[in-house]
Design a protein around this ligand. Structure first.
Ligand code: IVH
Length: 667
């Protein structure tokens, strides 16, 4: 080993040791700053000598490029779910059943907090993290290896200083977001004009489902491991011992796990957890009680989907009563008009609550809630709690039923609620409540694809009042852009050039950019074909004409016609055209017609990129999808194709090589 490679190995070991102390022992001995410095030293060394990089280096957490879809993974052992005990009596009954089945007086259990996140499975081979997946339906999940690698507390290599890692270790755990991290994340998002997450669980789920691991890496995900899958090379008699070994290997285990003997201890543990729940740094929604002995588990067996050897003890809902001061309507970034109950502030679930969502008109009608009513509210880790019921018996005189306004409370345009949807929306392209979201969508990749037009910039331009509708983008000039924060002359010039370039676009991109509900990329291409790229024909279309088009239903047709009935929307489009936007006539794709056909691309493609492949399919009227199902017509498999290819073969779907696909196109 050369000096440099020894130095790199030493830095890696130090970093891994500090991770272990921080995440597993909860006993760090250096500051965050010192830790970052070590990481930077290693990065510098590896940049100068790329041959020193190892795949499990702490610098290699964000490795791979964005995926086009997740592969599916069949779990070696299914990930089961837990039966619930609704109260203490339920826990006592569980213990009674267990004792009876095992024909013993007392059973030893392990008590664990029930973490409110997402179950994942991690696979380590000879101590190396090789793959990880979501729970999915318990039998098959999605391969999210690249995203899991970004989680700082997930060891890429298992420690072997006390016990050697087994040949195969499958371990299940929960990915979650801590309360303080969640608040920071939402603050950042609202500052950046992004939609905030309703609760830490949704935020964790959304983060794990990113196709680009770079995005996941920016989300503050945490992990606790709590259950064994398949293990080869080691034998356990007790769950407790397994959990202790996980810690030795550097895998984080919740510190609140306890050994509990008999039902009294179980109920006491459950009570203690419930009493602490609001003080814990992460959300829990109950206790999990598991039989400790693995032989006893074997004997108890499983029901259809949940084991007889474990149960989830549910906590009581965190509820309170208060008074609705008024009901108001707010408009979200997507135009959804949502009724909100303003409440007499009340302390519930560890926080003071002053607003509760009423979701939509149907919910208001169902609850029968009115301004002035006394209501029961409930918090389930959500930023905005919900109204459970109105206490009609205590209703004061003079209250009236509430109806959502027919006009947008922000811009005054008519609100439209499609017949089969619960949510009413403002469709105005220039509605101030939606303008940031509209612009972001307008410039995004599948739409006008204006490079360098980021969230921060949209934010600034909207806030200073420079952009109030999407067409004004085309009037932006270099000098005014150069004056903005984080912009310089160079980037301003680049951006203006990108805007200029984006003026020559296609009907399909432009129509998608308008963001009419249910008119996505695929439908925009269908419309392009139908209207032969003539935007005015599209603007003047009728519901009858639209319904005639394959793939357009009455609800979409009605939404489109209403969109164009709003003169403000027509003016925005005319303004874009006057500013020089040109919609190229659709190029008729030669060769095959793929109308109504669905393709799935899998494996590493060598003859074309994934986006080229999608383009080739959609320009011929077909659809490219990410997952194989009975509805798939063709699977195009490149080298290294895995589970999707297997599934296609099982379902008897036609599988094409890349060459075959290309020749099909020529036909
Ligand atoms: S064990 C049979 N342990 O609860 C084993 N699950 O309803 C089932 N969960 O999908 C998993 N904390 O997302 C287990 N300490 C814990 C847990 C836990 C939370 C979640 C997990 C699972 C669901 C089962």
């Amino acid at each position: 080993m050369s000096d440099l490679s020894r130095q790199a190995a030493d830095l890696r070991r130090q970093i891994n040791d500090h991770n272990y102390r921080y995440y597993v022992l909860d006993d760090p001995i250096i500051s965050d700053g010192e830790y970052d410095q070590l990481l930077r030293q290693l990065e510098n060394l590896e940049t100068a000598h790329p041959e020193l990089i190892t795949p499990d280096s702490p610098t290699q957490r964000v490795g791979s490029a964005p995926l086009s879809a997740f592969d599916s993974v069949t779990h070696r052992l299914p990930l089961l779910s837990l039966a619930n005990a609704m109260d203490e009596a339920g826990l006592a009954a569980f213990d009674e059943r267990t004792c009876k089945s095992l024909a013993v007086e007392t059973v030893e259990y392990i008590g664990e907090p029930k973490l409110d996140g997402l179950a994942v499975e991690l696979v380590y081979e000879n101590g190396l993290f090789v793959s990880g997946s979501t729970r999915g339906d318990g039998v098959t999940g999605e391969d999210i290896t690249a995203n899991l690698r970004t989680i700082a507390s997930l060891p890429l290599t298992l420690r072997a200083d006390e016990i050697d890692a087994p040949v195969l270790l499958e371990v299940r755990g929960e990915v979650f977001i801590r309360k303080d991290d969640f608040e920071k994340l939402n603050r950042r998002r609202s500052r950046d004009g992004e939609a905030i997450f309703a609760n830490p669980r949704n935020a964790a789920a959304g983060s794990l489902r990113q196709l680009d691991p770079k995005i996941t890496a920016r989300r503050p995900l945490s992990l606790y491991c709590y259950q064994a899958g398949t293990i080869n090379g080691l034998d356990y008699r007790f769950h407790w011992d397994f959990l202790q070994d996980l810690k030795c290997w550097g895998l984080p285990v919740n510190p609140l796990i306890e050994r509990l003997s008999g039902s009294g201890a179980v109920i006491d543990y459950h009570r203690r957890l419930e009493a602490q729940r609001n003080d814990l740094p992460y959300e829990i929604d109950g206790s999990v009680i598991k039989v400790n002995s693995l032989a006893a588990r074997e004997q108890l067996g499983i029901r259809s989907r949940s084991p007889r050897w474990a149960i989830a003890g549910k906590f009581k809902a965190q509820q309170a009563t208060t008074v609705v001061l008024e009901i108001t309507a707010s408009v979200g970034r997507t135009g959804a008009v949502t009724p909100v109950a303003k409440l007499e502030p009340v302390f519930v679930g560890g926080v003071t609550v002053a607003n509760a969502t009423l979701h939509n008109q149907d919910e208001i009608d169902r609850l029968g809630v009115r301004a002035g009513d006394m209501v029961l509210i409930e918090r389930a880790g959500d930023v905005i709690p919900k109204v459970v019921k109105a206490i009609i018996e205590k209703r004061p005189a003079g209250t009236v039923t509430y109806r959502l306004p027919a006009e947008c409370p922000v811009c005054g345009h008519a609100v439209y609620r499609p017949p089969d949807e619960a949510v009413a929306r403002c469709q105005n392209l220039a509605c101030p409540a939606q303008i940031k979201g509209r612009i972001e969508h307008f410039v995004s990749k599948g739409a006008l694809d204006i490079d360098g037009f980021g969230t921060k910039l949209v934010e600034q331009l909207v806030e200073i009042g420079r952009l109030t509708s999407v067409d004004q983008i085309f009037g932006l000039e270099e000098d005014e852009l150069a004056d903005l924060e984080r912009m310089g002359e160079k980037s301003a010039a680049k951006l203006v050039a990108a805007i200029e370039k984006a003026k020559s676009t296609s009907f399909a991109r432009f129509v998608f950019a308008l963001g009419i509900r249910n008119v996505g990329e695929h439908l925009s291409r269908v419309l392009e074909k139908h209207f032969a790229g003539d935007i005015h024909r599209y603007m003047d279309t009728t519901a009858e004409e639209l319904i005639e088009i394959n793939e357009v239903g009455p609800i979409v047709a009605e939404g489109v016609v209403r969109f164009w009935a709003d003169t403000a929307n027509r003016q925005v489009v005319e303004a874009c055209l006057s500013a020089g936007v040109k919609l190229a006539a659709p190029v008729a794709a030669t060769g095959a017609d793929f109308s109504g056909k669905t393709f799935v691309f899998t494996g590493s493609l060598e003859k074309f990129t994934r986006s080229e492949a999608k383009e080739m399919v959609s320009s011929r009227g077909g659809r490219a999808s990410g997952s194989v199902s009975a509805k798939t017509d063709f699977v195009v498999a490149g080298p290294g194709a895995g589970s999707k290819l297997k599934k296609a073969e099982e379902l008897g779907i036609t599988v094409l090589s890349e060459e075959k696909f290309l020749s099909l196109i020529e036909e």
